[in-house]
Design a binder for this molecule. Structure first.
Ligand code: RIB
Ligand code: CA
Length: 308
């Protein structure tokens, strides 16, 4: 794959860092014009996701606004993933201070105002539970005029061979995902049917140490995360970097094969969080769903990000 020039995509990120979110943030900063970050409760509490995003930016010398969002899903109590991401969300990495004050949770209001101020529509990439995105779309439907696309790392393509019935982001807040899927004509979904194929070999992680402070932090975080999530995707020597794949879907959509289909979500019971085809009588706009990915070219794209 030829070395791609840095894109000039203007993008806002909604994340729940979380180690793979931190990696996705780093790659997005290298490849795009990141205008702002909203954080949501998911992998860990919204206070931790806010602090983690702020600390990663500070560590990487980046000055991008971060705003805290929803503290819990729309209806269900919050479920978190400290067993994978660590008690504070970034493995056992501890920052010298946790002095970052967490402002009130009105991220969707802030995001709407910022999007409206832009001269052209921007991309929005969501890599956590879709609570903030649902609130944004439901409270401010005219926001669609200011969005070039909404890309979410969520779910799994209906009909695809999946290694789990429900993906974490949709399982945590299925009602938010259901609301967002109603805006299918603005939405592209990158699910575990592709992210659990785009696996990072653990043996490749030492390559990160070539890239200074940023690479050093990522080596520490991904060594922890790889140890916790190895085998997801079926290879005990690799692990998925789900959220980075959503960044690739905006920066390099040609790495993917896409299908369109109307989607809804199982909201409760044993299949809570499963993404399914919407019944055809709902006239639901079709979502653009990633059905395949060129894994070697994705990995080239990923490692090239650190050369930029
Ligand atoms: O299922 C993977 C997703 O859940 C990723 O976004 C990961 O960060 C967690 O939020
Ligand atoms: Ca995430």
């Amino acid at each position: 794959m030829e070395v791609r020039p840095i894109g000039d995509n203007k993008v806002f990120l909604d994340m729940d860092p979380g180690i793979d979110d931190a990696l996705a943030l780093t790659v997005a900063l290298k490849r795009m014009n990141v205008l702002g970050i909203t954080t949501v409760a998911g992998n860990v509490s919204v206070d931790h996701t806010f602090q983690n995003a702020s600390h990663v930016l500070r560590h990487e010398g980046q000055h991008v606004p971060v705003i805290a969002g929803a503290k819990e899903p729309l209806f269900y109590p919050l479920l978190t993933a400290e067993h994978i991401h660590g008690s504070a969300g970034l493995g056992d990495y501890t920052w010298d201070t946790n002095d970052v004050p967490v402002p009130p949770d009105d991220a969707w209001v802030w995001l709407f105002e910022k999007l409206r101020q832009q001269l052209q529509p921007c991309h929005l990439i969501a890599t956590g539970p879709l609570t903030n995105i649902a609130l944004l779309l439901l409270a401010f439907p005219t926001v669609l005029n200011h969005l070039a696309s909404i890309t979410c790392m969520a779910g799994g393509m209906p009909g695809a061979k999946l290694d789990k019935a429900a993906e974490f982001n949709v399982f945590v807040d299925p009602h938010a995902a259901e609301a967002v899927f109603r805006y299918g004509d603005h939405l592209q979904m990158v699910g575990i049917n592709v992210t659990h194929r785009a696996l990072l070999p653990i043996a490749d992680l030492p390559k990160l140490k070539r890239y200074g402070r940023v690479g050093g932090l990522l080596f520490t975080l991904l060594s922890y995360y790889g140890n916790k999530s190895r085998g997801e995707g079926g290879d005990p020597n690799s692990f998925p970097v789900d959220d980075v794949v959503a960044v690739a879907a905006v920066d390099a959509p040609e790495l993917f094969t896409w299908k369109t289909m109307p989607l809804t979500v199982v909201l409760e019971g044993r299949l809570r969080g499963t993404v399914i085809l919407s019944p055809f009588d709902t006239n639901r706009p079709e979502v653009k769903v990633a059905s395949d990915i060129d894994v070697p070219d994705f990995l080239d794209w990923f490692w090239q990000s650190f050369e930029l």
